[in-house]
Design a protein around this ligand. Structure first.
Ligand code: SF4
Length: 317
């Protein structure tokens, strides 16, 4: 913190997502994860099989969320879980597992509307790949956004097509950029996601990726360090060729995140910097740090370096 008030309305050294949320909603809002039983085009053979090489969806699915239960049942279980913990008043249905727009429009409407029909649900957060979003879906979501908070979270992951190929992503960066632009101007909140440390990406390239992405019409950026997880294709690749991976040390990553913060668009809010795979899933890197502990270290580092978001930002024409 500093005495200086930044353009995002407080003295935190970056435009943090919780503050953005507080400005948007007058009460505490909690996301409830939902697994609606989707798959991905790089799993079912449409674009490939096996999925992204680092992907293990089981590592981030909460216990209450399972495709064997209806959307309504998962919301009820999620509310029970969070009521005990936070007494949250209202909720966002977070379609998180796999690609949550990969289905017919009729099917998507049915599950989104099932979630929105719950009296305590005020919006949707939809995690998906940028190559699974039709214009018809965007028109439909634009309509919903007039009455609800609707957020699309796009897995961009890297701006380097060699890296995307190396992880069997099954889409290019150019597809991601087009989808972000197609989504903009519709009242839909746009989030983008990057992974730092993919094969074929150098730290300098990762820095440039974050800067370029922040020049697109996105509202939120989420990023995290690459984690090698058990039971993934990447785990096997890492065992055979560990030298192909740039796995950040935590101190190096802290400085990297500060470099990113100083150079990205101050209008983009930052939602996440690291991932924490559950115990037993993680092979490397083993930092042993929780998200809030990393954020505390980051705040300290920003003060040490007298850094703030957008300090060196230049709009790309
Ligand atoms: S698109 Fe997402 S859920 Fe699907 S395989 Fe890749 S990382 Fe996993």
């Amino acid at each position: 913190m500093t005495d200086k008030q930044f353009q995002w309305g407080n003295n935190k050294r970056y435009n943090d997502f919780p503050s953005l949320f507080k400005r948007r909603f007058s009460e505490r809002i909690q996301k409830i994860s939902i697994d609606a039983g989707f798959t991905c085009p790089n799993r079912d053979g449409t674009k490939g099989v096996g999925g992204c090489t680092y992907c293990n969806n089981n590592s981030f699915n909460p216990a209450y969320c399972s495709p064997k239960k209806t959307v309504t049942e998962q919301i009820a279980l999620g509310i029970d879980f969070f009521n005990a913990k936070y007494k949250a008043q209202r909720y966002l249905a977070y379609f998180q597992a796999y690609s949550n727009t990969y289905g017919t429009l009729d099917h998507l409407k049915r599950i989104y509307e099932e979630a929105l029909s719950h009296e305590k649900v005020v919006g949707l957060v939809i995690g998906t790949r940028p190559d699974c979003v039709s214009d018809a879906l965007l028109v439909y979501l634009e309509g919903l956004a007039k009455d609800y908070y609707i957020s699309m979270e796009y897995g961009v992951e890297s701006l380097n097509n060699d890296a995307l190929k190396a992880i069997n992503r099954g889409h290019t960066y150019q597809e991601a950029e087009k989808t972000i632009i197609r989504t903009s101007g519709r009242g839909i909140h746009i989030g983008a996601h990057l992974v730092n440390g993919l094969p074929c990406d150098t730290p300098q390239m990762m820095l440039e990726h974050a800067i370029s992405l922040s020049n697109l019409p996105i509202d939120t950026l989420k990023m995290h360090q690459l984690q090698i997880l058990n039971h993934t294709t990447m785990a096997k690749e890492y065992e055979v060729n560990p030298e192909k991976f740039h796995l950040f040390e935590m101190e190096e990553y802290l400085d990297f995140v500060v470099d990113v913060i100083e150079r990205i668009n101050p209008e983009v809010s930052l939602e996440r910097f690291i991932n924490q795979a559950p115990k037993g899933w993680l092979i490397a890197p083993k930092w042993g740090i929780k998200n809030f502990e990393f954020v505390a270290k980051l705040d300290k580092k920003l003060v040490e370096r007298d850094a703030w978001q957008g300090k060196f930002f230049k709009k790309i024409p």
